[in-house]
Structure formats: C-alpha cells, structure tokens
Design a binder for this molecule. Structure first.
Ligand SMILES: [Zn+2]
Length: 244
C-alpha cells in the first residue's frame, strides 16, 4: 500500500514537471535565441561550440557539492522586467521603488492570475499581480505600478468622450464595466492617446471588432505598452508634487 502511495505521489510530481515543461516550451518559442546560440527542439538553448553530452571532463556540468546535492544558482529575468518598469517611472519622477524593510504599507508583487493592481495606496500589504509569462513586459509592469500610484485608465477620464468613441456593442458583456467613465482629476493635462494607461483599440472585444476608436482621427495609435509616456511621467510629478 505504501508502494502504491509513493507511485501515485511520483506520478503527480512527474505530471507537474511535464506541465511546467509545456509552459516553458511555449514561453521559449516566443523568444529569440541569445547571440551565438540557437534554440533546438523548441526549448533547449544550444551553444554552437559544444554540446552538454560530449563535454570533455564534464567541465560543463554543474558541480556536485560535498553534501551530494547539485546546486544550480539562478536569477530570474522576470525580476529585471519588473525592475525596468519601476525604473522607467523612477527615472523621470520623484517616485522611487525600494525593497521593503519594515514599512507597514507596501506593494506585495506576486505572480497571481493576470496582471492587476489596486488603485492607489490601500494601507497594509497590497497585492500587485504580474503573472509569468503573460505580464512579463516592463510596460505592463509600469501600467500596474501607475494604478498603484493612483491612476485610472486614460479612456476612463471624465472628458474621454471628446477624444474616443466607445463601441459598446463590440464589448464582451461581462467587461462593459471596464469602459465606464470615472470622475477623475485630470491634472490639467491634455488627453494622452500615447499613455501606457490607455486601452488598445480591441480591448475586451467580443467578436474581433474595435471597442475604442480615437476621434477625430481614427488611426491615432492607442494601447502602447512600451513604457510610461512623457505625459504619464508629467502627471505623476504633478500628483505627487515632485516639483520637477
Ligand atoms: Zn489597467
């Protein structure tokens, strides 16, 4: 009976590993191989010079520790992505993101389901979710950080009807609430089509038709996620009285 139990546990572990491998496979297939390398079989990065299997003297293997374990040190590149999102904000404003030591109010950045944040400081520990790999893009991180700083979506501005047309019939019914106007402090700033807080043209589209069309020029690009616009940074500086 114990043998059966352990086989079941083993099976569960194996299944878990397989699922992870599949997730990583689809993740890897989206990225380009680093310079001097190629991606083999979809998810294995191979150096042109040698292969792990024929490496002389096993010098390309991770060393075994005296305690019998093989320790593989790592750093996570998502951390770089998230930190880039922070730096894109802090480089142009007086807002600085610092690792928490003892502060009572702080952002608890976690890979929960989806990319989301609370609006402004909520008090205590507040979750900000950046799922891997879907949210691992510095502009998406900056977008969520701007929510945490107190900014709503640009097309939720109280004056948005002068600048965009919402195509209500194309919106998935359960997401209609995302397109409601809000009473916003627009900080005397012009409407910013280039804001990292602006939805894209097809956000929450039910059948592929556009949900937001800029006006009067319908071809103005919206929904960029490269990083905060100059106006985004300007607005942070005003809201937080940065004096820049
Ligand atoms: Zn958002």
């Amino acid at each position: 009976n114990t043998t059966m139990h352990s086989s079941i546990i083993l099976l569960v572990i194996l299944f878990g590993l397989l699922t992870q491998a599949i997730v990583y496979n689809s993740f890897f297939s989206q990225i380009r191989a680093p310079r001097g390398m190629s991606i083999r079989d979809g998810d294995i990065a191979v150096s042109h010079v040698r292969s792990a299997i024929t490496c002389p003297g096993n010098t390309c293997l991770w060393p075994k520790s005296v305690d019998g374990f093989v320790y593989v040190p790592y750093i996570l590149s998502p951390l770089i992505t998230i930190e880039t999102g922070m730096q894109d904000i802090s480089a142009g404003t007086c807002v600085k993101f610092v690792p928490r030591t003892h502060e009572g109010n702080f952002l608890d950045i976690q890979p929960r389901y989806g990319c989301w944040s609370f609006l402004g400081q909520t008090g205590g520990s507040q979750t900000l979710s950046l799922q891997t790999p879907g949210c691992m893009w510095s502009g998406i991180a900056a977008h969520e950080f701007m929510h945490a700083l107190g900014f709503v979506h640009e097309q939720s501005r109280s004056d948005r009807d002068n600048y965009v047309t919402i195509i209500w019939k194309n919106i998935m019914p359960e997401h209609v609430h995302n397109f409601r106007k809000q009473v916003t402090n627009n900080l005397n700033s012009p409407y910013d089509y280039n804001s990292v807080m602006h939805y894209g043209r097809y956000a929450f589209s039910e059948d592929g038709g556009p949900t937001i069309i800029p006006k009067p020029d319908p071809y103005i690009p919206i929904g960029q996620r490269d990083g905060p616009s100059a106006m985004d940074l300007h607005k942070i500086n005003i809201l937080y009285n940065c004096g820049w």
